[in-house]
Design a protein around this ligand. Sequence first.
Ligand SMILES: *Cc1c(COP(=O)(O)O)cnc(C)c1O
Length: 503
Amino acid sequence: MARPQESVVHGSKAQTQQPSTFTDALAQPQQLPALDRLLRLPGVAALVTQHGHTVVADTARTLLSELRSAAVGHQLAQSAIESEALTAALHTRVQARLAPRMRPVLNLTGTVIHTNLGRALLADAALQHVQAMMAGPNNLEYDLATGARGDRDSIVEGLLCELTGAEAATVVNNNAAAVLLTIAALARGRQVIVSRGELVEIGGAFRMPDVMESAGATLVEVGTTNRTHPHDYERAITDQTALLMKVHTSNYAVQGFTSAVDEAALSSIARKHGLPLATDLGSGALIDMAAHGLPREPTPQQMLKAGCDVVTFSGDKLLGGPQAGLIVGTREAIGRIRTFPMKRALRMSKLPLAALEATLMLYQRPERLAQDLPTLRLLTRPLAAIEATARAVLPALQAALAPRYTAECVALQGQIGSGSLPVERLPSAGLAIAPVEKKGSGRALDALAAALRALPLPVIGRIADDRLILDCRCLEDDTQLTTQIPHLSLSPLAGQPSKKEHP
Ligand SMILES: *Cc1c(COP(=O)(O)O)cnc(C)c1O
């Protein structure tokens, strides 16, 4: 999919290379048509009718100016300025310009909740609710019972309280915002105590010490990387302390000689000193994952039962909804957070709010959740079904890749992803593709990965141990891949050792 900026001069190589004397002469700058004349060519006029003058004329202007530069540099073939060539070039460029930059892809990385690939997939119910709510006005901040102004939080607060057992709840843009707002509202200008073992970096520059600073609070680190004890917190508490905080180490594990103070123990310390306790859970599974045969993950309801005043978690990780930051807790703490002025800058938009409401409603029918919620459906997809998908794809792939690459079905270990359960692996299955020629195999794998990304529905795999791995857990419909295999275009040299390696 060539982007306009990638092709300086449109057309085949023959048009931009130095032409041979007899077959293709050089074009002179003055031979290029004027913009008006170009726009009146029949094929171009049709484009204008279809898309309007603005985008076609603008694209034509850019094309002409690039062709002019090529002609001035004696790099433009006569054939490139013929009417058909110009029309074709404009068609390609206008189409590329009008194509969205955000595109669907196939996630065959083996990581189900992949941040780079958009995290959780929305359930059908959520998509339908978004469509219905966005197409016209809605009661986002309007109380239909009284006709008075309403609060957008009230759309999901009842559901969140029901599902987590919290007294109150509020929502913001994402969990990073939820943590920032919680710290700012409860501890601005004062101290927050956190264990050294929990000073997490989530990626994308979300680091606990920096978040504290942005929120205007002072971080007080206690304990050591591997061990923190109750008396570490006790000793650090002064009249400057405003908050005790736990951070779920969602993307790494501290193993071996370790000790941490759990929420229940920490909450009794907090209570004794009249301080609030906040926990940043990160992924926030709302159900017992173990009941679905998945690794256990702490839930907000457990954290609240253990005595936390505030629990923050993401909407688009294990919860399986849109990007959102959910804050649940006591009426007192949530009241302070909700009325803190920064909340207005971090508030959720109506679009994800509609998706969040519909997603949370699915949790009212837990028996159906593994069917209705795509994230849970993919995480619990039976291994036999994943293996069957891999087998269904194999023959077409083998045929397309032979003789340069071999492909086989393999057992794999996938992950949940997005900082959830970093150590646990999900037994999975898929395809492993290896270059036949071992010399230059790195380049051959890169070329194959690029060809897969260039498909109409780009296929994203991963390279490991000199093989390209396509994990089939998230490929529920194998035709999404098999129907594309004929479009796979491998460069002629892919898989062949370069001259450099044959001295
Ligand atoms: C993922 C995560 C965050 C950030 O959440 P976003 O929704 O991506 O903003 C914060 N804290 C923890 C522990 C996390 O795992």
